[in-house]
Design a protein around this ligand. Sequence first.
Ligand code: GSY
Length: 485
Amino acid sequence: MGASAGGPARVYLGIGSNLGDRLASLRGARVRLAVLPDTRLTAASRIYVTAPVGGPEQDDYLNQVVEIVTDLSPRGLLEAVGGVESALGRERRVRWGPRTVDVDILWYHGLSISDPDLEVPHPRMKERRFVLEPLADLAPDLVLPGGVTVRAALDGVQDQDVRLFQADRAEQTLSRSGGRDMDHAAIHAEIRELAREKQAVILAHNYQRPEVQNVADILGDSLNLSREAAASQARMIVFCGVHFMAETAAILAPDRPILLPELRAGCPMADMVDVEGLRALKAEHPGAVVVSYVNTSAAVKAESDVCCTSANAVAIVGSIPAEKEIIFTPDRNLGSWAAKKAGREMILWPGFCPTHDLIEVADVERARTEHPGAKVVVHPECRPEVAEIADAVESTSGMIRFCREDDGHEYLIGTELGMIYRLSQDVPGKRFHPVTGVSVCPNMKLTTLDKVLRALREEGPVVTVPPGIRAKALRAVERMVEVGP
Ligand code: GSY
């Protein structure tokens, strides 16, 4: 358990190296820290070249500070950090002298510990520019013992020799492997650094690759993320998801660039409904209310009366006056589930999500045999006969809530596979299995860490929505919000 009863602890670690391939040692330390149990590496400072403080004549150090968020206790972390040091060839704890790597716990969630082998905050950090300079990259306003901030403490140590490490590290590491097989932790650190420099917020959908989920500031479903985009103070928004999601963010946050790291990441279900076809259906049913799932293009939203999500579809459908006809687009599965729950008949557009529609009753039955006692939780984008035999039908955010609050321990999840990772992170201590391993959305998986880094560097590709369409689409989204969350 971390320091705070309320959640994981934020920790700053100082990494130094002045022996062997110093850059590789820093990278190795970041990689290993990022994969410690119950730990996320959330930021990394720039790297500094620093003259050795104390000891015999020796090479300059490379120094860096990283931020992690961890559930490990201070002692658990100390032990884990020792393991990282030994794995990187740190042989013994010499007080002064060359070392392949040295990892110090500088600050642990504001805790104050004074034991012989563990002192936090680090007792000498206020006097060491090689610590303060990189720490100021991440947390200049962090208050150190004595009430002084990192920024203020730096003023007192300006005489020490500390230079920024000059090489363009991202360029170097990317070109080494052509950008393909670069390790996740290193690129993660580069992304976090650039996001901080550029004041960008990174949003990732629950179906994204685990390493993309790990690098994000905020995770969620498409509408939550778009709302976060609108509420955020960030200068730019990196949307790790598919095209209609970035469009929805652009509808709600038109004043900031919305970057979609992979422009080809589309949604086949959203593409199944087009403006002309919808207009033709509306002409056949004049007076019908058009309810469109957020998984539609901005142009289709602009043709719709009200939007819905998988979490609020039943409420939206139920809010429409009984005498009105309803056209529901584009998902026939979500539509028929919402119609049944709300007790309404609807004209269903014949679209579907190929990833969810692949899940069959036989898959549920097989999974139940393999995991007797596990509860089946499926997404309403699944076929009606699959939803029918499930223990619960929930949106992605609903799945997290359900599995957290439910008294069971094991669940079979019928949705895109990324959700298994999301659930295992958000609902620790319970077991999650996919109903079938085939539920992979190839579009969601197009976004990689390399592409997130490139999007941040190039500040593109940017997704925009023409103002005329945006105004109409916004009206449909706002109507949804008026009905409820
Ligand atoms: O305390 C960490 C190891 N170390 C360092 C260091 O990381 N940087 C600099 N500049 N000098 C150091 N002397 C020691 S010991």
